[in-house]
Design a protein around this ligand. Structure first.
Ligand code: MEV
Length: 322
């Protein structure tokens, strides 16, 4: 059996602006998607995720398995192989749902591709392949999630370039609130494009301010400056509001979080209208304080993950055996 795991991803700044060539900062977190690949005695390819089981058919793919199907198809095409007799089981830590706004689709691609490449004995650029798969499934994609899940740590995305920041982010303590997503990324990206068509100067000025936050966030991470990091992340959130991609529920939770003296900063992570909210902690929350947070948010949010750390590593092959 081959076991791989890929970290999920948070965006610290630059959403939407990154679509127009501005820079963005993302990080991998210590919540993982796991892939287990084993050989079967028959010629079927079976995919498993929680209680869902599906057989891979080259002509059809649906739902969460679309990404896995496309990974299989891409590998078959690129290497001229016909895969058969395999079982791929996927698992998400902490009962995170696919589409939660934590880069679950990117992690699905990187973990699956890492397992397939190891199985076939191929050394490949996993990030490049995973990005191709996201492109095929979604029609458009930025490199942010796939490259960050592959490389791990803190990454800067500038157009087609993605680099890993040479920093130790272990001092950063995070929390995540997960909310039901009310609009798709595709729709929100289109809305911002329409806003920009109408108010080009204004929207470009907002993008420029987001870029300034991004630069300050990079400096703050390098200098271990928690207060600036928190402030800039929060400013980034209010700038995303100006792009009209934040819903009322998210703002209410962010304001409540920012009223907590333990929280140095908070923002939505991702395209908007639900999904993930990240917050940066000033200290380790003890269980009592965490309980209070849960009470505050229980009416709005369906999940709080805390504490969360930035993971150092990216996608990994953990075991191989038959
Ligand atoms: C989505 O997580 C972030 C966006 O910038 C879209 C993208 O980068 O592909 C909104």
């Amino acid at each position: 059996m081959i076991v791989t795991r890929a970290p999920l991803v948070l965006k610290l700044s630059g959403e939407h602006a990154v679509v127009y060539g501005y820079s963005a900062v993302a990080c991998s977190i210590d919540i993982y998607l796991w892939a287990r690949l084993r050989e079967r005695n028959d010629s079927k390819i079976i995919l498993r995720f929680r209680d869902k089981v599906e057989e891979y058919r080259r002509d059809r793919s649906q739902g969460f398995f679309r990404y896995v199907n496309e990974c299989l198809r891409l590998v078959e095409e690129l290497y001229g192989v016909r895969l058969r007799g395999l079982e791929i089981s996927l698992e998400l830590d902490k009962d995170v749902q696919p589409g939660a706004g934590l880069g679950t689709s990117a992690a699905t691609c990187t973990a699956t591709l890492a397992a397939l490449c190891r199985f076939l004995g191929i050394r490949e650029d996993i990030a490049r392949l995973a990005y191709q798969v996201e492109l095929r499934v979604q029609g458009r994609a930025s490199r942010m999630d796939t490259y960050t899940s592959t490389l791990g740590g803190v990454t800067i995305v500038r157009g087609e370039r993605v680099e890993r920041l040479d920093v130790d982010p272990s001092w950063i303590r995070l929390g995540i609130v997960l909310l039901r997503k009310l609009r798709s990324t595709r729709e929100l990206v289109r809305n911002v494009a329409q806003l920009r068509e109408r108010y080009c100067d204004l929207v470009d000025s907002i993008f420029n301010l987001i870029e300034k936050c991004t630069e300050n966030i990079i400096r703050a991470i390098k200098k271990r400056d928690l207060e600036t990091l928190g402030r800039m992340v929060t400013k980034c959130h209010w700038l995303l509001n100006m792009l009209e991609v934040v819903d009322y529920r998210s703002n209410k939770i962010i304001i409540e979080l920012l009223n907590d003296t333990n929280v140095a900063g908070a923002k939505i992570s991702g395209a908007g209208y639900g999904g993930a909210i990240l917050f940066i902690l000033r200290s380790n929350l003890d269980s009592l304080e965490l309980k209070e947070l849960e009470v505050i948010h229980s009416s709005n949010a369906f999940k709080i993950l805390c504490p969360v750390r930035i993971s150092d590593g990216g996608v990994e092959v953990l075991e191989r055996g038959y």
